[in-house]
Design a protein around this ligand. Structure first.
Ligand code: SF4
Ligand code: SF4
Length: 191
C-alpha cells in the first residue's frame, strides 16, 4: 500500500496571506481534519480506504524491492547453499555477527561450501554489507523482519534456518542486478 507522492511547491518569498499566519494555520487544520475524517470513514466502513494506516498483523505492507530485512542464504535447486564459504561477508560485517566454517567436497564442481553458517540476528543491523561483499549472490537481504524472541540464543540462525529457495528471492536478486547495472553504467559514463 505505497503512499501517493505529493510534490510540495516551496516559495522563496512569502505572500501576504502567508505572512498573516492565521489563514495558513486554518488551512493546515482543514488538511489535517480532512485526513482524519477520511481515515475514520475508511476504518469504520472498511471500504474505499485511502488511509496509510496498516491494521497489523491482519494487514501487511508489500515492502519495496530495496527493503532490507534479515539476511538469508540463497538455496539452489539441489537444496544446497550457493555460498562457497569464501568468508568475504564475514569480513565485511561490521558487527561480527556472521560465523562460517568452510568445508570441502572432493571432485565437485563447486568444492567449497559452508559446513557452518551462523548469523547472530541480535547483533545484525540489516546494513546489507554482507550482500554487497558477496561475489556469488549467495547472501541477500530478505523481507523478513518478524524475528523477535524472548531470549538471545534463539536469535542465532543456523544455515538450515537461513536457506531460502532462489525462486522466492527473485525480486531482490533482480533488483540487485539492475542496481549493479545502473552503477556500472554511471561509472562508465564518468570514465
Ligand atoms: S546485514 Fe550487516 S550486520 Fe547483518 S550480517 Fe550482513 S553485514 Fe552483518
Ligand atoms: S561472501 Fe557470499 S560466497 Fe562468500 S562466504 Fe559470504 S555468502 Fe558465502
Amino acid at each position: 500500500m505505497p503512499g501517493k507522492v505529493v510534490k510540495v511547491r516551496r516559495h522563496e518569498k512569502l505572500g501576504w496571506l502567508e505572512r498573516l499566519y492565521v489563514p495558513m494555520i486554518v488551512k493546515g487544520l482543514v488538511v489535517t481534519s480532512r485526513h482524519f475524517f477520511r481515515n475514520l470513514r475508511g476504518f469504520v466502513s472498511g471500504k474505499n480506504r485511502t488511509d496509510f494506516v496498516v491494521q497489523y498483523p491482519e494487514e501487511r505492507v508489500d515492502y519495496p524491492d530495496a527493503f532490507r530485512g534479515m539476511p538469508v542464504l540463497v538455496q539452489l535447486d539441489n537444496g544446497q547453499p550457493r555460498c562457497v564459504a569464501c568468508g568475504l561477508c564475514e569480513f565485511a560485517c561490521p558487527t561480527d555477527c556472521i560465523s562460517i566454517v568452510p568445508g570441502e567436497i572432493e571432485g565437485a564442481r563447486i568444492e567449497r561450501y559452508p559446513e557452518v553458517f551462523d548469523i547472530d540476528m541480535s547483533r545484525c543491523m540489516f546494513c546489507g554489507l554482507c550482500e554487497e561483499a558477496c561475489p556469488e549472490e549467495a547472501i541477500v537481504m530478505s523481507r523478513e523482519v518478524e524475528i523477535a524472541t524472548y531470549d538471545r540464543p534463539s536469535m542465532i540462525y543456523e544455515k538450515q534456518q537461513l536457506l531460502v529457495p532462489e525462486s522466492l528471492l527473485k525480486r531482490r536478486l533482480d533488483f540487485l542486478r539492475a542496481e549493479y547495472d545502473r552503477q556500472h553504467a554511471a561509472a562508465g559514463g564518468r570514465s
